[in-house]
Design a protein around this ligand. Structure first.
Ligand SMILES: N[C@@H](CCC(=O)N[C@@H](CS)C(=O)NCC(=O)O)C(=O)O
Length: 206
């Protein structure tokens, strides 16, 4: 199995999941040259990561699909059994992929949303405002946890690790999000997360 990734990108959730499940996987950095190559564009026409190439040669794009596939390889490990808890897992992942992801780009790289420089400050401000609300929602949903779906770590926690890392990097007031604040050390203590951070050369911090 091969996972194409970008450092500190959303593909990080897939890397954590691979390690949690102790799966055999080759990690290939999708540098700009790789992403511009015809081979990669055949795998992923949108030229984005994550892209997972299975041992059977199937190609899976879209983070939600990649995470779901990885869990299925271990008979649903990292997914709860309870229907409501499963809903909470996908609620969290969807909140990121459909609502937050693009706003993080707008906040960090506004030129990728609109090239006009004079609009960038406004785009950033708007994204920060919306993201602050979404982070509060994520914090409320996490509650006392200890994990997103309750008692056990799931792929939603792998996803939330990316959200928290980006929020900390962009200096969102994480300290005000008491549930996320309490959850971060739990996540940083996991060997899978530590391994993923060290492989991507990131210093983990709360
Ligand atoms: N809808 C996709 C979005 C993937 C995505 O935007 N990936 C980013 C990294 S976080 C990427 O590959 N960016 C490279 C680019 O846009 O050039 C998913 O959920 O997997």
């Amino acid at each position: 199995m091969r996972l194409y990734y970008l450092p500190q990108a959303c593909s990080f959730a897939a890397r954590i999941t691979v390690h949690e499940l102790a799966l055999d996987c080759e990690f290939v950095e999708a540098t700009s040259e790789v992403r511009a190559s015809s081979h990669f564009l055949q795998l992923a026409p949108l030229s984005k990561v994550p892209v997972l190439v299975t041992d059977g040669g199937e190609v899976i794009t879209e983070l939600t699909a990649v995470l779901s596939y990885l869990c299925a390889l271990r008979e649903g490990a990292l997914l709860p059994r309870d229907p409501m808890a499963i809903a909470r897992v996908y609620e969290c992942i969807s909140l990121f992929t459909t609502e937050m992801h693009r706003l993080f780009i707008q906040c960090h790289q506004p030129h990728r949303i609109l090239p006009d420089e004079h609009l960038h400050a406004r785009l950033k401000e708007e994204a920060r405002h919306k993201l602050t609300t979404l982070l509060r929602i994520a914090d409320t949903r996490l509650g006392a946890g200890p994990y997103v779906a309750g008692a056990e770590f799931s792929i939603a926690d792998a996803m939330l690790t990316v959200v928290a890392a980006w929020a900390i990097e962009l200096k969102f007031p994480i300290a005000e999000l008491s549930n996320i604040q309490a959850w971060v050390p739990r996540i940083l203590a996991r060997p899978s997360v530590q391994k993923a951070f060290s492989e991507e050369g990131i210093t983990a911090r709360a």
